[in-house]
Design a binder for this molecule. Sequence first.
Ligand SMILES: *Cc1c(COP(=O)(O)O)cnc(C)c1O
Length: 384
Amino acid sequence: MVDLGGQYEGIKEQVNLAIAEVMETSAFINGPEVQTFQKDLEAYLGVKHVIPCANGTDALQIAMMGLGLQPGDEVITADFTFAATVEVIALLQLTPVLVDVEPDTFNIDIKAVEKAISPKTKAIVPVHLFGQCANMEALMALAKKHNLYIIEDNAQAIGADYTFEDGSKQKAGTIGHVGATSFFPSKNLGAYGDGGAIFTNDDDLAHTLRGIVNHGMYERYHHDVVGVNSRLDSIQAAVLRAKLPKLDGYCDARRAAARKYSAAFKGQENIIVPKTVNYCDGRCDRNICDTCDCHVFHQYTLRITNGKRDALVKHLGEQDIPSGVYYPIPLHKQKAYADERYNEADFPVTNQLVKDVISLPMHTELDHEQIRFITKAVIDFVNG
Ligand SMILES: *Cc1c(COP(=O)(O)O)cnc(C)c1O
């Protein structure tokens, strides 16, 4: 599904040197590399504060702690996402409120969000699934109207742009009150181990978050709030710092691969290719969505509409073509998160997507021949 070895070949020298420098300084935790990476990422994203932490799940949890969410507060998020999003809501004893997603973008459905807002709702967590932003302009308007926080789960969309109706752009993860990302090795900006970060433009919130990641300390051995131990280690920061200047190029490589995939699947009746949307609706300066920066294709995910998805997964496996089903079970049906509050009629899209979706290999090193081989295998089987 990913080719981290192939990518490493292209950056070996920089990465090895960066790691060697950390070894020389022995500053393994919170060394200068962490601060430099933080500054570099703030500049890249155009955000005031980046708070590095140990992983993306922690980043989400710490964001919710920093906002002061209290047990019983309701937090609305998508039914169709990785479990980490809902896991931290439940861990903090907040009440997860899962809602359906859109059939074409797989992102949280604004109408479903609106319907789920109650007097207890305190926050919405849009997940920028597979590398494309949720409809942030509509979500920010809803948040303003109902006085809610927006916490962006940006684990899959770092580097993506979001274009507003007026044509202005912001990086994914920097639009809401706070954003969380993951540097898990297979993510678009991947470390060589675990890592994560929180983004915000709010100075007070940033200060709170910096304490929480470090045992609630703002001054050594003075614990002002209950915190956690969640640090990005210096070796991972050094790797990320070496890779950050490549991120835009990596995004372009993913988009190019996605374009080739979609061109090959064009006209296939039983295959729906991923849709890239500009929520700006044509007002963006690069309105041809295929060449727009709105999608960074963390995954390239098809819908197989003739019921052959499971058989296709098996068939591709037999030909040594990797594929993945993200995600096979709606969160509201997972044992840990099932609740009698949920009504099946409220999840028609997610309930169908879990049967249809299949993600194909997607990474920065895919070549023409591989894409030709994969798309032919998919088309022959689905039509066969
Ligand atoms: C990967 C991921 C996370 C969690 O990140 P980790 O670094 O693995 O903890 C959270 N949300 C989404 C949508 C993810 O894809």
